[in-house]
Design a protein around this ligand. Structure first.
Ligand code: 13P
Length: 252
């Protein structure tokens, strides 16, 4: 399976000029890198800019950090899957812990996953526990996020699903998880997916890790943590660091 690295720019950078410069710098830097798919998820306001500003032949793609579940209608401030598709977006992050901390419940995440997968786009479902468990027991919160988030979604739509394991205590803290723990938790996540949709479909669902990924630990998460890719926050705002992460993963 080709590795997947997603840059989550969150609410940065502050200007379109910086966003374009960052995207172009990354696109140039990862040009010759093989076996890794790179997706940048900027704030909505920069999506078209990336679509227009990235050379057509670059393999770097643009994704979204969120979406609304209705296709159209009077919903002030919201963005639909139709609009994202029209802007060239084919991948959407759903249920990031920073959105869950604001107001998103598993029920809302479920509506968004249905909308994204139903629109034929790829959805990255973020799951993760708040407090590090000392002994590695599979936190119930992750099981609930999987089952409630994916409730009543047709099995055939799981082919466009991606799971990102992001322990909340590791997000933006500089305290990354260990590859060993990531291996153990993501193995249980994969087993849970097998149970839900059967091995044939589940074995094709990429499972990523996110949480204080940097140039130094990226290789180990993919090699020893055995994940299919990474979701990178802070380090994706620095072209050089992000390019090094992509290169490190391409060498695994
Ligand atoms: P950091 O890489 O800054 O810890 O953020 C991770 C994240 O939230 C990616 O979605």
């Amino acid at each position: 399976m080709k590795r997947l690295i997603i840059a989550n720019w969150k609410m940065a950078p502050q200007t379109s000029r910086e966003a374009l410069r960052l995207a172009q710098g990354i696109a140039r830097g990862v040009k010759g890198v093989k076996n890794v798919e790179v997706v940048l998820t900027p704030p909505f306001i920069y999506l078209l800019l990336l679509k227009l500003g990235l050379p057509r032949l670059t393999r770097v793609k643009a994704g979204a950090q969120d979406v609304f579940w209705e296709k159209n209608g009077a919903y002030t401030g919201e963005i639909s899957t139709n609009q994202l598709k029209a802007s060239g977006v084919r991948l959407v992050i759903v249920g990031h812990s920073e959105r869950r901390a604001l107001w998103e419940t598993n029920e809302i995440v479920n509506k968004k996953l249905k909308a994204v997968l139903g629109a034929g786009m790829r959805a990255v479902l973020c799951v993760g526990e708040a407090e590090k468990q000392k002994e590695v027991a599979f936190p119930k919160i992750i099981r609930d996020e999987l089952h409630e988030g994916l409730a009543r979604i047709k099995k055939s739509l799981f082919r466009n699903l991606i799971i990102a394991y992001e322990p909340i205590w590791a997000v933006g803290t500089g305290r990354a998880d260990t590859p060993k723990n990531v291996y153990e938790i993501t193995t249980i996540i994969r087993r849970e997916l097998y149970r839900m949709v059967g091995k044939r479909i589940a074995s094709k669902i990429p499972v990523l890790y996110g949480g204080s990924v940097d140039e130094k630990n990226a290789h180990a998460f993919v090699k020893d943590g055995a994940v299919d890719g990474l979701l990178v926050g802070g380090a994706s705002l620095n072209a050089k660091k992000f390019i090094n992460i992509v290169k490190a993963v391409s060498e695994v």
